[in-house]
Design a binder for this molecule. Structure first.
Ligand SMILES: CC(=O)SCCNC(=O)CCNC(=O)[C@H](O)C(C)(C)COP(=O)(O)OP(=O)(O)OC[C@H]1O[C@@H](n2cnc3c(N)ncnc32)[C@H](O)[C@@H]1OP(=O)(O)O
Ligand SMILES: O=C([O-])CC(=O)C(=O)O
Length: 377
C-alpha cells in the first residue's frame, strides 16, 4: 500500500539537526572540535582544555582553565551509597556496573532532576569528574581492595591511572591516557550521542541521557570494538598468522573488528595517534609483537581500503590498554571517560531547541483481522 515510501534503514546519510560541536569529513578523513583539528588538539591540548572547548565553545584562558580544573577536581568523589551498590554487583561487566552506578547517582542527587542548559553543564561537569572514580572503585572492589581516593594534584588522566593502579603514573603514561581521552571526546551523531539526544528530546534529565549513552556505547559495533580487537590480536598470536586470519574472516563474510565506519571512507584520523602510541609503548616495554600483529592485519586488509574500509579509532586503543596491564573489560568504560564531554554537549545542544525525536516505521504486518477468542485459537 505504501510501496513508494523511501526507507532509510540505519538513518544512513540523514541529517536530523545542526551541530556546532564537531565536524567530520569522512571522505578526507578529517575531524575537528569547534574548528580545531583533532591533530592539533591531540598534540598540544589537554583533556581539561578540550572539555572546556567542547562545553563552552572556546579554548580557555589560563584563569578559566584553572577554575574549570578546580571544579572537576572538587567533584571527583562519589557517595558511599554508590560504592555499596557497586559492591553488590561487583561481578558484573564493568559497563553494566558503570551504568548502574550513574543511575544510582541520579537517584541520590536531587540536582540531577534539573533540566536546562546551566543544569546540564553543571551536572555534566560533575558526572565527567565522577565517571573515572566509579570505574576505578569497581576495579578495586572486585579485586578485594578498598577504592583509592582521588588525588587532588593530578590531572583528569593522571588521577584516573592513580585511582586504577594505586600509584602515581609516569608522565608518559598519563599523557598517553590524556591523548586517548581527547581523541574519544566527541564524534558528532554517533550511536551513543544520538541515543542520548533522543532521551533529552523527551525533556528527560542529563543523568538519564548518559545512562542511555552508556547502554548504547557498550555494543561491539560501537565502543565495544576495542575489547574485540584485543581478543582478535590474542587469537592471531603471531604476526605471521595475520594474513590467514583476515582471509578466513573475509571468506566467511565476517567483519574484521576495528575496521569500517559509517562516516569515514578514508582512515579515521584518530587512529594515527593511537598507532604511534602502540608502536612506541610496545618498543619501550619490549613487546613489539602486538604492533606487528596489528600491522599484519592492516596489510592483509589493504586491498579493501580502496573500498573505504580502513582502521577506526578502536583498532589501536585496546593494545595500548593491554600494554598498560588494564583488564580487557575496562576498555569500553575507558572510552566512556573520554566521551563524557561529547555526550554532555550533544545533550545541551538538543535541549537548546528541543524537539521530540520520533521517526516512523513503515508497517508491513498483517492486514486488519477479527479478534479470535482464546478457545478458538
Ligand atoms: C568508535 C566506533 O564506534 S568505531 C566502529 C567500531 N566498530 C567496529 O570496529 C566493528 C567492525 N565494524 C563494523 O561492524 C562496521 O564497519 C560498522 C558497524 C562500524 C559500520 O557499519 P555500516 O556503516 O553499517 O557499514 P556496513 O556494515 O553496511 O558495511 C559496508 C560494507 O563494508 C563491509 N564491512 C564493514 N565493516 C567491515 C569490517 N569491519 N570488516 C569487513 N568488512 C566490513 C560490509 O560487509 C559491507 O560490505 P558489502 O557492501 O559488500 O555488504
Ligand atoms: O561516529 C561513529 O559512528 C562512531 C565513532 O567513531 C565514535 O563514536 O567515536
Amino acid at each position: 500500500m505504501t510501496d513508494d515510501v523511501k526507507i532509510n534503514r540505519g538513518l544512513m546519510g540523514i541529517y536530523f539537526d545542526r551541530s556546532g560541536v564537531s565536524h567530520i569529513d569522512g571522505a578526507k578523513g578529517e575531524l575537528s572540535y569547534r574548528g580545531y583539528s583533532i591533530h592539533d588538539l591531540a598534540t598540544h591540548g589537554t583533556f581539561e582544555e578540550v572539555c572546556y572547548l567542547l562545553l563552552r565553545g572556546e579554548l580557555p584562558s589560563a584563569d578559566e582553565l584553572a577554575t574549570f580544573d578546580a571544579k572537576l577536581k572538587a567533584n571527583r568523589s562519589v557517595p558511599d551509597a554508590v560504592l555499596d551498590i557497586i559492591a553488590a554487583c561487583k561481578d558484573g561487566h564493568p559497563m553494566d556496573v558503570l551504568r548502574t552506578a550513574v543511575s544510582a547517582l541520579a537517584a541520590l542527587d536531587a540536582d540531577s532532576q534539573k533540566v536546562g542548559e546551566d543544569a546540564f553543564i553543571e551536572n555534566g561537569i560533575k558526572l565527567t569528574a565522577q565517571v573515572p572514580t566509579l570505574i576505578a572503585a569497581h576495579e578495586a572492589i572486585r579485586n578485594g581492595r578498598a577504592p583509592v581516593q582521588p588525588h587532588a594534584d593530578l590531572s583528569h588522566a593522571g588521577n584516573w591511572l592513580w585511582m586504577l593502579k594505586g600509584e602515581k603514573p609516569s608522565e608518559d603514561a598519563a599523557r598517553l591516557a590524556d591523548v586517548d581521552f581527547i581523541l574519544h571526546a566527541e564524534h558528532g551523531s554517533n550511536a551513543s550521542s544520538f541515543a542520548a539526544r533522543v532521551t533529552v528530546g523527551t525533556e528527560a534529565n542529563l543523568h538519564g541521557a548518559i545512562v542511555t549513552a552508556l547502554s548504547t556505547l557498550a555494543g561491539p559495533a560501537h565502543g565495544g570494538a576495542a575489547e574485540d580487537v584485543m581478543k582478535m590480536v590474542q587469537e592471531i598470536g603471531t604476526p605471521d598468522n595475520a594474513a590467514a586470519y583476515v582471509k578466513a574472516k573475509r571468506k566467511n563474510r565476517e567483519p574484521v573488528t576495528g575496521f569500517g565506519h559509517r562516516v569515514y571512507r578514508a582512515e579515521d584520523p584518530r587512529a594515527r595517534h593511537m598507532r604511534e602510541g602502540v608502536r612506541k609503548l610496545g618498543e619501550e616495554m619490549g613487546a613489539p609483537e602486538w604492533y606487528e600483529i596489528l600491522q599484519g592485519v592492516v596489510e592483509a586488509m589493504s586491498p579493501y581500503a580502496r573500498h573505504g574500509l580502513n582502521v577506526n579509532v578502536d583498532f589501536y586503543s585496546g593494545v595500548i590498554y593491554q600494554l598498560h596491564g588494564i583488564p580487557m573489560d575496562l576498555y569500553v568504560p575507558i572510552f566512556a571517560i573520554g566521551r563524557m564531554p561529547g555526550w554532555v554537549i550533544q545533550c545541551v545542544e538538543q535541549q537548546r531547541q528541543n524537539i521530540l525525536i520520533r521517526p516512523l516505521t513503515l508497517y508491513n504486518g498483517p492486514d486488519m483481522r477479527n479478534w479470535v477468542p482464546i478457545e478458538d485459537r
